[in-house]
Design a binder for this molecule. Sequence first.
Ligand code: DOR
Ligand code: ZN
Length: 395
Amino acid sequence: MELLIKGARVVDWRGDFYGDIYIKNGLINEIGEDLKKDCKVIDGQGKVVMPAFVDLHVHFREPGFTYKEDIESGSRAAVRGGYTAVNLMANTNPICSNMEVVNEVITRGEKINLVDIHQTVSITKDFDGKTISHIDTLEDKVKIMSEDGKEVMNSSTMLNAMVKAKDKNIIVMCHCENEELVALDTRLSENTMTWRNIALAKYTKCPIHIAHVSTKEAMEYIIDAKKGGYEITCEVAPHHIALTDEVEYRVNPPIRKEEDVNFLIKAIQDGWVDAIATDHAPHSHEDKLKGAPGISGIETAFSICYTKLVVEEGLSLSKLSEIMSKNPSNIMGLNKGEIKIGLEGDLVIIDLEKEIEIQGKKFISKGKNTPFDGMKFKGQILKTIKGGRIVYDYR
Ligand code: DOR
Ligand code: ZN
């Protein structure tokens, strides 16, 4: 399969220039000006081409909760949002604690063939909080473990899991929530657990990734650990930089104060934040009414981050590309996330000027749950391309 995109503004973490991109056999084959090829051509005039986005934190709910989302609806929502690779969380039913579930999910994803699916395995078996022997049975394709949705409360269990994970080259992704404190104060809950997980990572030298950082203090602990040279990465979710606690919407961790939001944005600008990850958490209307936490966020992440960070806060589009594509791709060990010869031809074509109004009811995702309903942002995904194939086309 061949594809030529001509005359676009080409942006990735390294650069920002006008030119053409030619994809052949799934890979970026040539980058230049006035390329001429006998194949399908897309006119990129007036548009921006970036590497497709990579989401480290997504809930597609399969197996078990397919009334909220399934791998097909989730994949279709992902490409609408400009994503071609996602990392799925393990809080399904059954919980993903073995290779059988991993392989089922990956096979389903391959059949649907819209995005690359990576499946996280739980840190403790079936989230029981204590058993970690299943880690020994994991194959190389498992790159990340997480208890996301909750945290491993027992510190020696977490420490031993980190020792095993390090040994197997697996990153431990931390959902920093201290369930002994969360009812008292969600902020103390996040802060204490972030501190503990960093302390354990320093002790074990296990690479960890801190999910959905939302408080100033948690980010300060991470910055401090990074300065110390530890292998610690972190992600921030779009809703934690675009909303303040005046907006009431149930999500874990919660929407924070303006001071936190400003600190997170500053941390992004200063290069401390490795990735934007959506924590795409689709729920049914009934489950939301019953208090289920989460936001269906994969279709709206780019527009929100572009508007908030680039238009309003002056971040460069290259920097946004770094945290939405290159870094998450590197963390997952993928051959994408940059516009470079030999990398996978996964691209997104965007109209940056087009204004969009978010309407949950129009989401492709089964989860229509969004706090952004009715809000307007800039940046419309026009096409998502995976390996030279158009997997999403805006009409
Ligand atoms: O808001 C959230 N929803 N936070 C989580 O950590 C889990 C997620 C879910 O699975 O719904
Ligand atoms: Zn989480």
